[in-house]
Write a protein that binds this ligand. Structure first.
Ligand SMILES: Nc1ncnc2c1ncn2[C@@H]1O[C@H](COP(=O)(O)OP(=O)(O)OP(=O)(O)O)[C@@H](O)[C@H]1O
Ligand SMILES: [Mg+2]
Ligand SMILES: [Zn+2]
Length: 248
């Protein structure tokens, strides 16, 4: 899907009498390009702060560790994500965010809210689903790599150097030594250059080291402030049921 402007028919300029003036679509076009470059999936462009609903987070159920309600946890995570956006605009070299919690608790949603806001405000970001990133890196080793338009180095450099990187779903996968090393090199580079990173994972902070190695875990905690989200039920399931009801 491309961007097409009906006003200027994609010429970028419109004629007023004899003079050509820039069409107002240029800003829209720039936003469109940033969204495309960010790799943020289309379905997640609706995951915005405004659409975020707190109804999924119980005011009565308590997190036994922090002794605050699920609702308060969500408020804290949401607040941190909103603050991240304003802080990032004045200085992109800020502490990142680590969203932890069970399946369907809004971790990816909040990361996408940050990306959506920043892209609309003219900032660049890259949204990478970790298993996809690792597959893309592996694919560069295929002998028959005609359908691949990037090199391993290019992909690694983009992930290392973009001013905001989202590593989505750094979950409980089977990490080989090779994949652990790739992730380490991205995270270590970003830490050394003070580049902001947002990570979502359903591994508990205590277990991250087991999956990724203690050196990567230690760096993640140095560069990202952790926020936990807890829900009674997977929000994905709840929303699915509602959308089926409203359709019938
Ligand atoms: N607070 C919220 N308000 C509205 N919709 C939400 C909220 N949180 C999550 N959703 C929706 O619920 C679904 C699951 O949310 P999300 O993808 O953020 O889960 P997750 O915590 O990342 O889960 P997983 O561990 O499986 O990746 C998505 O469709 C998302 O848009
Ligand atoms: Mg997710
Ligand atoms: Zn135009």
């Amino acid at each position: 899907m491309g961007f097409f402007c009906n006003r200027c028919e994609d010429r970028g300029i419109i004629l007023k009498g004899d003079t050509a003036i820039p069409c107002s679509c240029s800003e829209q076009r720039a936003i469109f390009k940033r969204f495309k470059d960010s790799r943020l999936p289309l379905a997640m462009q609706d995951d915005t702060f405004d659409n975020f609903s707190f109804i999924y987070y119980s005011k009565h159920k308590m997190d036994p560790i922090k002794n605050i309600s699920y609702y308060q946890l969500a408020e804290m995570a949401y607040g941190a994500a909103e603050k991240f956006v304003t802080d990032f605009e004045s200085n992109p070299h800020i502490e990142g965010l680590l969203f932890t919690g069970p399946v369907g608790s809004g971790k990816t949603y909040l990361a996408c809210s940050v990306v959506n806001s920043l892209l609309k405000r003219g900032q660049a970001a890259l949204f990478m689903v970790v298993p996809d990133l690792l597959d893309m890196l592996k694919a560069t080793y295929n002998v028959d790599r005609n359908d691949i338009s990037y090199t391993e180095q290019e992909l690694l450099e983009t992930a290392r150097e973009v001013s905001l990187l989202v590593l989505d779903d750094l979950g409980a996968h089977n990490y080989t030594e090779w994949t652990k090393n790739k992730l380490y090199s991205i995270i270590n580079y970003r830490l050394n250059h003070r580049l902001a990173t947002i990570i979502t994972t359903n591994i508990s902070p205590e277990d991250l080291g087991e999956y990724l190695g203690i050196r990567t875990r230690s760096r993640i905690f140095q560069m990202c402030c952790p926020y936990k989200l807890l829900v009674d039920k997977d929000i994905r399931g709840l929303k699915r049921r509602n959308s089926f009801h409203s359709r019938s």
